[in-house]
Design a protein around this ligand. Structure first.
Ligand code: FAD
Ligand code: NAD
Length: 490
């Protein structure tokens, strides 16, 4: 061991979540060492959220312009993928993390570059690229924020065709003429949308339906949207085997005998927590498994309350914004304990990640977009709520018709019939992302539909769809403690 460092808090992983932990612990004056083996900023900044959204944005803007008389006539050329890739390169800083490292330096967090591994409680050994080892010992806490890694299913021949993962799809500099996409989750539909927008001949192969876990109409609309972009959508089919010819063509044989040929194949079949090589066995925990946490983000099985896990690695809500929310809670909670104060850990307390269970917002930047928060109708019923659910077309708000010609889409509100509180909302349509936060505020703020009648959406904004949803619940929902819904619940 070349060196031993003592510090108040160790943060393992400098993705968006680890960075936010360090931000809070440093704000509280705690000495903080943050360990990163790749790029400060993590998956999200360089290979996930940011580049994927940049790849999607230009084609979406072009589609909108082409759907608007007056603007359409001004569009005289086609999308230029190379210009989009150049814009993406700018957003990811050409995969240079000096900006992130400078920011860590500016808050006086100590960045240790290398791979961190536990060597017993509160002890992490960091090995740098040259093999030099540093032992870091935490006085108070270790926060694991090592993210997740893609899973490639054991389909015969698949690994041998050298498939793309999300890194290759978000980092590409060329557009394959034909792209096959295996999977039907968020990565699959967003990347299928992006490459269809670039002019690739896209085939998406999914064993079930698209966007499982969202309201059914979301996946159905996205499947129709992909077909409208020229993609082939094969649902209820599995890839049985894969091979690549000498000329580079990949052939996927499906379980029903269908053959799909492509120049590249993107495997987007989910991710697992990155805990396989963290030395968890030295803590009596299982390597490779997600780190289960309580609402203070502590790993309860580790004695002494010094071990925390935030972001993708705990498997609660693997999204950047939700991980950053957990990071703020855990950083402040650790600081409170060190000061000798009791952290606020009750539901909706400052140091508790309550929203992970009740109000996780997510936007899928497909065409149409999908924006959802809270429970779907079926999840609410499964959880035992007495449910009232209503759906309206997005174009019932005139703002949606003005926004773009040929507008389409749906909005759905799921309400607890016993007290009129909002349990969940889903919006599908062009540019619906910005509708979502109002629904998140309604759920977290425990605003009843009775009170929502007084939240008047501006005319002619797309937000008027909220009024249409209330009208679908009925004017009687403006009265009574339960919003008048009990009688109408099923
Ligand atoms: C294609 C794609 C698009 C996505 N788009 C969105 C989106 O639009 N919105 C959204 O909210 N979410 C999106 N996500 C999910 C989002 O990327 C993750 O939720 C987010 O990156 C999780 O942050 P994290 O800090 O927990 O993990 P990561 O971003 O994975 O960061 C973990 C960091 O820890 C480091 N690390 C791991 N092990 C060690 C170790 N032993 N020692 C030292 N360092 C280590 C890694 O190098 C990495 O930098 C997307 C994901 C993908 C794949
Ligand atoms: N806009 C966003 O918020 C955004 C964008 C991209 C990714 N993400 C997050 O990143 C994470 C990873 O996304 P993802 O799409 O890779 O995972 P996912 O879990 O959302 O979807 C995985 C898909 O792969 C399919 N699948 C799994 N095993 C398979 C097999 N053996 N054969 C065929 N299909 C199989 C599943 O049915 C599912 O459709 C998710 O947590 C997601 O929410 C978020």
């Amino acid at each position: 061991m070349s060196e031993t460092i003592e510090t108040d808090v160790i943060v393992l992983g400098a993705g968006p979540v680890g960075e936010n932990v360090a931000d809070r612990t440093r704000a509280a004056g705690l000495d903080t060492v943050i360990v990163e083996r790749e790029l400060v900023g993590g998956e999200c900044s360089y290979w996930a959220c940011v580049p994927s959204k940049v790849l999607l944005r230009s084609a979406a803007a072009l589609r909108d312009a082409k759907a608007l008389p007056g603007a359409a006539e001004a569009v005289t050329g086609e999308l230029d993928p190379q210009a989009v890739f150049a814009r993406r390169d700018r957003f990811v800083g050409d995969w240079d993390d000096s900006g992130g490292a400078d920011w860590l330096a500016s808050i006086d967090a100590r960045l240790l570059r290398g791979t961190g591994r536990f060597d017993g409680p509160k002890r992490v050994v960091v090995t740098d690229d040259a093999g030099a080892e540093t032992l870091v010992v935490a006085r108070h806490a270790v926060v694991v924020a090592t993210g997740s890694e893609p899973v490639v299913p054991p389909i015969p021949g698949l690994a041998e065709v050298r498939p793309w993962g999300s890194r290759e799809a978000t980092g590409a500099h060329e557009v394959p003429a034909r792209l096959a996409v295996v999977g039907g989750g968020v990565v699959a539909v967003e990347m299928a949308t992006a490459y269809a927008g670039f002019g690739s001949e896209v085939t998406i192969i999914q064993r079930g339906t698209l966007l499982h876990g969202f309201e059914d109409f979301a996946g159905e609309a996205v499947a129709a949207g992909l077909e409208a972009l020229g993609a082939r959508v094969l649902l209820g089919k599995q890839v049985a085997r894969a091979s690549r010819d000498a000329d580079g063509t990949v052939t996927l044989e499906l379980d029903d005998g269908t053959r799909v040929e492509a120049d590249e194949v993107l495997v987007a079949t989910g991710r697992r927590p990155r805990t396989g090589d963290l030395g968890l066995e030295t803590l009596g925990l299982e390597p490779g498994a997600k780190l289960d946490v309580d609402d203070s983000l502590a790993v309860p099985t580790a004695s002494g309350g010094w071990l925390y896990a935030v972001g993708d690695v705990n498997g609660r809500a693997p999204l950047t914004h939700q991980g950053k929310y957990e990071a703020r809670a855990v950083g402040d909670g650790i600081a409170a304990r060190v000061r000798g104060d009791a952290p606020e850990l009750g539901p909706w307390g400052a140091d508790a990640a309550t929203a992970d269970h009740r109000a996780v917002p997510q936007v899928v930047f497909s065409s149409p977009e999908v924006a959802a928060v809270g429970l779907t109708e079926s999840a609410a019923r499964a959880a035992g709520f007495s449910v009232r659910a209503v759906e309206v077309p997005l174009t019932s708000a005139q703002g949606a018709q003005i926004h773009v010609d040929g507008a389409d889409g749906r909005a759905k509100l799921v309400v607890d019939a016993r007290d009129g509180l909002v349990l969940g909302a889903t919006f599908v349509g062009d540019d619906v992302a910005e509708l979502l936060h109002a629904a998140t505020v309604a759920i977290v703020g425990q605003v009843s539909v009775r009170r929502l009648w007084h939240a008047v959406p501006a005319f002619p904004s797309v937000s008027e769809v909220w009024l249409r949803l209330l009208e679908a619940l009925g004017r009687e929902s403006a009265r009574g403690a339960d919003g008048g819904l009990t009688a109408a619940a099923s």
